[in-house]
Write a protein that binds this ligand. Structure first.
Ligand code: PXP
Length: 239
């Protein structure tokens, strides 16, 4: 089985920093530490309201860090412009509502094909690998392939909430990505406990994990937390 990558979402380092309005803790320092501990890339969500990560944070990571940067963003003209100028390795298009606490559901690709076809083409044309964050729903997967996205990230939030039917849905969706020729990533709500089955899915090439890892780092430290997740993923992958 191909190895699986770990992208660490460092948004909540910025959440903590912004609580006091200063510059500590520094997301760039977190990026360096998670990479040193075995993460393969850095994920940052530049929200329209800039509630955690800000433009200067993504610019600093892009400038200072050689590892792949996965920029999560809404499919707005403004953010597309920023992405094309920043040129991250990847962009993950997510739905965004200002009032939500986190990305609560997947992108409705099927309901906005024309708009997303243009956004995907602009980003791919700029040399950026594009993924669409979608629920594990066959109609959304087919729409993602139809609008030209090379990658989908399956929203694991419902699976992480513990509904066994959601595990079946996730497995079926992962299998369908292969039939559609899409690269499959997954993320949201993943923890030490619920990551192994997802990491063992052969189609899944990358997990993006944030909130749990940053929270756990308060107790165990950032390096040990990432090393433990890395080892859990590798063991699951090895069977
Ligand atoms: N992937 C995407 C597209 C997300 O929007 C998020 C949350 O920002 C994550 C992964 C990480 O989710 P969590 O913070 O629950 O691990």
């Amino acid at each position: 089985m191909k190895p699986i990558r770990l992208g660490v979402n460092i948004d909540h380092v910025a959440t903590l920093r912004n609580a006091r309005g200063g510059d500590h803790p520094d997301p760039l320092r977190a990026a360096r530490e998670v990479l040193a501990a075995g993460a393969n890339g850095i994920t940052m969500h530049l929200r329209e309201d800039r509630r955690h990560i800000r433009d200067a944070d993504v610019e600093a990571v892009r400038r200072e860090i050689a590892a792949p940067l996965n920029l999560e963003m809404a499919a707005t003209d403004d953010l597309v412009r920023i992405a094309l100028a920043l040129h991250p390795h990847a962009c993950c298009l997510v739905p965004e509502r200002r009032q939500e606490l986190t990305t609560e559901g997947g992108l409705d690709v099927a309901g906005q094909r024309e708009r997303l076809r243009g956004v995907v083409a602009a980003l791919v044309g700029g040399g950026i690998r594009v993924s669409l964050f979608i629920d594990p729903d066959p109609a959304q997967l087919r729409a993602a392939a139809a609008v030209g996205a090379p990658v989908v990230e399956l929203h694991t939030g419902a699976y992480a909430a513990g509904n066994p039917a959601e595990w079946e849905r996730l497995q079926a969706a992962a299998r369908l990505t292969a039939d559609l020729g899409l690269e499959c990533h997954a993320g949201h709500g993943l923890t030490f406990a619920n990551t192994p089955p997802v990491a063992a899915l052969p189609e899944v090439m990358e997990l993006n994990i944030g909130h749990f890892l940053i929270g756990e780092a308060l107790f165990a430290g950032l390096g040990p937390t990432i090393r433990r997740m890395r080892s859990i993923m590798d063991k699951a992958r090895a069977g």
